[in-house]
Design a protein around this ligand. Structure first.
Ligand SMILES: [Zn+2]
Length: 272
């Protein structure tokens, strides 16, 4: 009887205190808050992994560290936005800018870590791609934060700049494929996990843009399972796939095969 009363009370509380339009955002908050915490714990675990730390080069460790950091910051900014978006119009706008800045940051970090491992044996090309990605990401950051560029007149320029940043992530990949071929590049930079991340994120963006399934079934997915929730889960899944790939890449570069590629590339320097 007491249990039934408690269940009745808790369901009433849930109905009164948590209307549908609050539960959807709650799923958005928790998905990225738990994601940020998972990546934070995983990065600390990585730091404690003494054997890996001893053998790994500074550049490789830094590239992985950059990826961990941008994912944690991106998820934290997204959590902030979804937590405070209903506070006031000003807070919604500010949080939205930070949310977009997090996307720019994670795109930059994904590109930089990918370019590092793709051209691990060619410092000049790595520096060129990191510089190129950083300049593009900086431009996107300025367009995200400066009020002048948020006006409708700059909508197309803004969209093109984001598109250009997304596309520029593939420039070192295409170059690396031309130089090394698929199997070697896959070992060197975890190409499969990179492409997996791209495919999962593209699916997430498509689901979000098409508002699947909430547009077809209005009201059905107000509590959970709406397009924004699905996009968050897909983005988290993509980041998990990529970080597993990067951890495999680090192990590869520590092993003898990584050193063999290094020597092979040194011989082929004229090829570039
Ligand atoms: Zn979101």
């Amino acid at each position: 009887m007491i249990l039934q009363c408690c269940q009745l009370f808790s369901s009433q509380v849930a109905q009164e205190c948590l209307p549908a339009h609050h539960i959807g955002p709650a799923a958005n908050i928790w998905s990225h808050l738990l994601g940020a915490l998972w990546f934070l714990l995983s990065s600390l675990q990585y730091l404690q992994y003494q054997r890996l730390i001893r053998n790994v080069s500074f550049g490789d460790g830094l590239a992985l560290g950059v990826y961990y950091l941008v994912v944690i910051v991106c998820f934290a900014l997204s959590t902030f936005f979804h937590t405070f978006s209903d506070h006031s119009p000003g807070m919604h706008k500010f949080g939205n800018e930070l949310d977009h800045l997090g996307i720019v940051l994670v795109l930059w970090g994904t590109g930089v870590s990918g370019a590092h491992f793709a051209f691990n044996c060619h410092q000049g090309l790595e520096t060129a791609y990191v510089g190129f990605l950083s300049a593009t990401a900086f431009g996107c950051g300025v367009f995200t934060l400066r009020p002048k560029f948020r006006q409708p007149a700059y909508r197309t320029t803004r969209f093109l700049l984001y598109l250009f940043l997304g596309a520029s992530l593939f420039a070192p990949i295409a170059h690396g494929l031309a130089v090394y071929g698929y199997p070697i590049l896959n070992n060197m930079m975890g190409l499969e996990s990179f492409l997996g991340l791209a495919a999962i994120n593209f699916s997430g963006s498509a689901v979000y843009a098409a508002r699947i399934p909430d547009r077809r079934f209005p009201g059905t997915f107000d509590y959970i399972g709406q397009s924004h929730n699905l996009m968050h889960v897909l983005v988290l899944t993509g980041a998990l796939v990529r970080v597993q790939g990067l951890l495999g890449v680090l192990e590869y570069w520590q092993g003898p095969s990584g050193k063999e590629v290094d020597a092979w590339v040194m011989e082929k320097k004229d090829f570039y």
